[in-house]
Design a protein around this ligand. Structure first.
Ligand code: GYE
Length: 316
């Protein structure tokens, strides 16, 4: 065999398996929006991890609207992506579009938030936090604190997340389940602040204006709403963290700063850095390897006392 021919054959032999293994995966990702610090960190994690894994990412921001997500999913199906991942803004109303993806043979991975569908085979796996447990953790912290003043009644106001979203439904559920065990703890008002600072502030202002009952505690379903509410509380001439005890969820940098300043009492961690695990899952799913149906994330609770020490370690 001529040297040239041998060289060509060797090159082909080397190239072929590489090409077969490295066929790049295209992922269509439909994100909820950019409503919170958590979401910003989550989007950044997904984009960086896709890049690192060599996955071509088609990223669509739904601006907190389900109709935009449905449109994005349909466009991913039309583009014949290898895998669809999305964080569903609300739990219900996904059956039709997920059936379309299934019919097109495109696997779907849920990240961050869950869906309620009649047929669980409409998605392959769901990676995200246990939101019910987060609500319980928030309430357990409050129960312990309440135990120090056993006779006092504590009036709680609640800022809920996006109406119909898994984290709003589940955090409320977990929180209520635990505070029920102490009749001195009462939720006197509860309304959605849509997971944003602006709305959190606005709703807290309206809570503060109703002067029939004293507010002792605020439970906010995320840090951003708590931070918005802190402003409203200060503008009303009260001291957040002292006059009103504030509990929230996520554990973003802004919350640690608020805790350091003594304005927030505790945050329950919800980790947004799902990108690397999601990309690994996508590769496994496309390669038809078996994956767990439900993958949860390990998370902690951070009271204000540890905020200054923990702040430099925070990654989001
Ligand atoms: O807690 C909130 C965000 O789905 C876990 O959405 C997420 C929630 C998060 O807007 O800040």
């Amino acid at each position: 065999m001529s040297t040239r021919r041998r060289t060509l054959l060797t090159a082909a032999a080397l190239w072929l398996p590489v090409a077969a293994f490295a066929a790049p995966i295209t992922m269509g990702f439909s994100q909820v929006g950019a409503e919170s610090e958590w979401r910003t960190a989550n989007s950044a994690s997904i984009k960086a991890a896709a890049k690192a894994a060599g996955i071509t990412l088609k990223f669509a921001d739904a601006q907190q609207k389900q109709e935009n997500q449905v449109k994005a999913l349909r466009s991913f199906i039309a583009q014949k992506v290898d895998v669809i991942a999305f964080s569903p803004v609300v739990e219900s109303g996904w059956d039709t579009v997920l059936k379309e993806a299934k019919a097109a043979g495109i696997p779907v991975i849920l990240t961050d938030r869950a869906v309620k569908v009649a047929d669980p085979s409409l998605y392959v796996t769901f990676i995200g936090s246990d939101f019910v447990e987060e609500g319980r953790k928030a309430a357990r912290w409050l129960l312990e604190r309440a135990a120090k003043t056993p006779n006092a009644t504590l009036n709680i106001v609640e800022l809920q997340g996006t109406v119909g979203s898994a984290p709003a439904i589940d955090r409320k559920k977990g929180f209520e389940e635990v505070i029920k065990t102490n009749p001195k703890l009462q939720i006197i008002r509860s309304q959605s602040g849509e997971f944003t600072r602006a709305k959190g502030k606005e709703v807290m202002e309206s809570f503060l204006k109703q002067r029939d009952k004293k507010i002792d505690v605020l439970f906010a379903h995320n840090d951003d709403m708590a931070i918005g509410a802190i402003q409203a509380i200060e503008e009303a001439g009260l001291k957040p963290g002292q006059d009103i005890v504030i509990i929230s969820i996520d554990g973003v940098r802004g919350a640690f700063e608020a805790m350091k300043a003594g304005k927030l009492n505790v945050t329950v961690e919800c980790n947004p850095l799902l990108g690397p695990q999601l990309m690994q899952l996508a590769q496994d799913v496309v390669a038809k390897k078996p994956v767990e149906k439900r993958i949860t994330v390990e998370e902690g609770v951070f009271p204000a006392e540890v905020a200054a020490k923990e702040l430099p370690n925070r990654k989001y």
